[in-house]
Design a protein around this ligand. Sequence first.
Ligand SMILES: NC(=O)c1ccc[n+]([C@@H]2O[C@H](COP(=O)([O-])OP(=O)(O)OC[C@H]3O[C@@H](n4cnc5c(N)ncnc54)[C@H](O)[C@@H]3O)[C@@H](O)[C@H]2O)c1
Length: 326
Amino acid sequence: MKDSLTTRVLVTGGAGFLGSHLCDTLLAAGHDVLCVDNFYTGTKRNIAHLLGNPRFELSRHDVTFPLYVEVDEIFNLACPASPIHYQNDPVQTTKTSVHGAINMLGLAKRLKAKIFQASTSEVYGDPDVHPQPESYWGNVNPIGVRSCYDEGKRCAETLFFDYHRQHRLRIKVARIFNTYGPRMHPNDGRVVSNFIVQALNNEPITLYGDGSQTRSFCYVADLIDGCVRLMRSPDGFTGPVNLGNPVEFTIAELAELVIELTGSRSQIVKKPLPADDPQQRKPSTELAEKELGWRAATPLREGLKPTIAYFEALLTELGAAASRNK
Ligand SMILES: NC(=O)c1ccc[n+]([C@@H]2O[C@H](COP(=O)([O-])OP(=O)(O)OC[C@H]3O[C@@H](n4cnc5c(N)ncnc54)[C@H](O)[C@@H]3O)[C@@H](O)[C@H]2O)c1
């Protein structure tokens, strides 16, 4: 039986980087959490500390197949998020975004549940407007190697808004910008995890292009706070709303900061830019500030410290496991 004061929340992709932090936050707020994941990029390590919690439940399931559960709210995060992972099986990536959205929206419709979609700044493609406001429609290549992710997420947004218009579903769409923090995947090729792992191993730090391309980096705790505020916002506010940190750094500046904070002996080496890699990416966060009273608060230097500590512990653990298996 449902305790009438408790909200039962489904988190798809709950064993991933962002999903596992969201599960932590929801449980700490007193909710029951059902974490659904197919462990494509997520890992049990991210949620191992929650397995004994009676309010936490884990289910192995692929969101491209229908799911029959009873919940009050849905956070739909299931989708590989880094180019290495989403390009590994691009057809499955599009299916996860599109079929996954259809299945979760169908569930929300049946249950009259509120539903959140983890969309992405990639819906803006290689933007020719800077910073990107939510009103910008984007500049996306529909047939490139990143399209499975970008177009999949764009189609998911379309589905969310059509379910909202057609079936009056309560939807919340967040366009998440580059986020970093503990529990990122060590080999996902994302710039923050790449640089930290290379620096901790004293290996060369690979800079794609000349390093002058800029990115904005949001610390995971800030991002999760924004997602929860969006879910709690009045029903009339659907988004899409940008969630990210508008402070820009060049990739070269990030590399230097990581070398400084890790005390690494790594050298920086330059490689050619991958296809469709955007030159600049920076959110306009005015809407989030106005509607959610939210802005990213953690400076990059501060957020990098726990992230580096996480990777240091992880690499030690993996190194110890590898030598045990020799
Ligand atoms: N981290 C970021 O910077 C960022 C930026 C923009 C958008 N997002 C979005 O946020 C969400 C979470 O991203 P993340 O960084 O935590 O990535 P992640 O890869 O760590 O997490 C994604 C999770 O979804 C699971 N998953 C993938 N396909 C699935 C399927 N078919 N069925 C069930 N589970 C599936 C994975 O196993 C993983 O646990 C994604 O939807 C991503 O597109 C993240």
